[in-house]
Ligand binder design. Structure first.
Ligand SMILES: [Zn+2]
Length: 162
């Protein structure tokens, strides 16, 4: 019996973390580690992200909240902007995003918000190669082959560019 399920093109689901390949499992582990630096006194939802760059560099990120709610920043964007500023022009191969509630070690379902998908999409366009994304959805692990799977027809600036 296989634990792998293909829901739609570019999106594969796995029943348990053990079913993932070693690199993806490692990245999930690093994303979980990153939740330790989360600052989430308001939502009490601790999110961690981990990026794997083409040369093996790992870039973690965690959500950072603020009493002025609109200023809160998601773990994904913290990690992506850190990668862009610290490792410019290095290709991002893969990213994992995980979350748990305060004082709970168990990971819960958490998929990236639309704003993060938009930012991830532009990173993918900039580097000209797909970024794999690993997230937990419906108590299963999802591996997306590209951000374009998560955000079809994403905004690309259109005529604003050039
Ligand atoms: Zn987000």
């Amino acid at each position: 019996m296989t634990t792998k399920r293909l829901l739609m093109k570019g999106l594969t689901f796995f029943k348990t973390l053990e079913d993932l390949d070693a690199e993806s499992k490692y990245l999930v582990h690093k994303a979980k580690e990153a939740t330790q630096t989360s600052y989430a006194p308001y939502s009490k939802f601790h999110v961690g992200a981990a990026l794997l760059l083409e040369d093996g560099t790992l870039v973690p990120g965690s959500n950072q909240e603020n009493a002025s709610y609109p200023l809160c920043m998601c773990a994904e964007r913290v990690a992506l902007y850190a990668a862009a500023s610290q490792f410019p022009r290095k290709v991002i191969k893969k990213m994992a995003v995980v979350a748990h509630k305060k004082n709970h070690k168990e990971l819960v379902n958490a998929t990236s918000c639309g704003a993060c998908r938009q930012v991830m999409s532009e990173f993918e366009m900039r580097q000209g190669s797909p970024i794999q994304v690993i997230m937990m959805e419906n108590d299963q692990w999802a591996i997306c082959s590209s951000v374009s799977v998560l955000l079809p027809m994403g905004f690309d600036g259109g005529s604003l560019k050039g």
